[in-house]
Write a protein that binds this ligand. Structure first.
Ligand code: AMP
Length: 249
């Protein structure tokens, strides 16, 4: 079986994001970028499945500007076998990403597709669901455990009340949650080896997909500054303040 993972380049989660002064977005110039953390989990899971003998090949796909090839190289250094770069300088929104991934999947015919549950830049959490819908495939979102069987998979999902385990037929689109695994660091020899692994390039037009944005960004603003808290000396004072100052009880 072949596994396809989608990896997005986002602002490094350890960087404090700054809003542009003109409110048109967030500052990305000279800002450290990294693979979306949920996508690292997706790559790690694919590698573990291959190490367990249930898959032969892992293909990492990223959509975006030329720099996303660095993100594909990171996936290759972790252990993916080859990459696909869908080159576009447009702002790729979830529906466009899902359509492009669908076209790549139709060419590649993987049995399992793993995405992050959300990209930490737009926090949309939509691409996996749209992709499964467009393909007409099973979907298992927010996965914290994947057990592959013969032509099907048992997937444990993180839901509001706890965990839910479902059985799905393959092929399936899975989106990863935090507890699925802890991604490995790429070793230096593997970083060197990754430089030789192939990355195919294609354009949205080659895949017959129109990536024109459907959503219009009106404005980006900083969240309001939090007021400093206060310390109270006793439970009675706390109750008094909640009742008479905050007026919440
Ligand atoms: P989102 O729906 O934007 O929160 O993204 C969810 C997941 O879709 C991400 O974790 C990625 O696995 C995948 N994805 C979204 N956009 C891209 C992109 N431009 N390139 C590769 N994967 C993407």
């Amino acid at each position: 079986m072949k596994i396809l993972v989608a990896v997005k380049r986002v602002i490094d989660p350890n960087v404090k994001v700054r809003v542009k002064t003109d409110g048109t977005g967030v500052e990305t110039a000279n800002v450290k970028m990294a693979m979306n953390p949920f996508d690292e989990i997706a790559v790690e899971e694919a590698i573990r499945i291959r190490e367990a003998g249930s898959a032969e090949e892992i293909v990492a796909v990223s959509i975006g500007a030329p720099q996303v090839q660095e993100t594909i190289r990171t996936a290759l250094a972790m252990g993916a076998d080859r990459g696909i770069h869908v080159a576009s300088d447009e702002d790729i929104q979830p529906l466009a990403a899902a359509k492009l991934l669908k076209a790549v999947i139709e060419k590649e015919q993987p049995g399992l597709v793993i995405l992050g549950k959300q990209a930490i830049d737009d926090d949309s959490g939509q691409t996996g669901q749209m992709l499964a819908g467009l393909l007409g495939w099973s979907q298992a979102t927010f996965a914290s455990k994947i057990v592959l069987g013969d032509g099907e998979a048992e997937i444990t999902r993180e839901v509001d009340g706890g965990l839910e385990t479902i059985a799905v037929k393959l092929p399936v689109v899975v989106t990863t949650d935090l507890r699925l695994n802890e991604p490995r660091y790429a070793s230096l020899p593997n970083i060197m080896k990754a430089k030789k692994k192939p990355i195919d390039q294609m354009a949205p037009a080659d895949l017959g997909v129109d990536v024109t944005p459907r959503l219009k960004l009106l404005k980006v603003v900083e969240p309001p500054k939090r007021q400093a808290g206060i310390k109270v000396d006793s439970a009675a004072e706390l109750v008094d303040k909640l009742k008479n100052e905050a007026k919440v009880i």
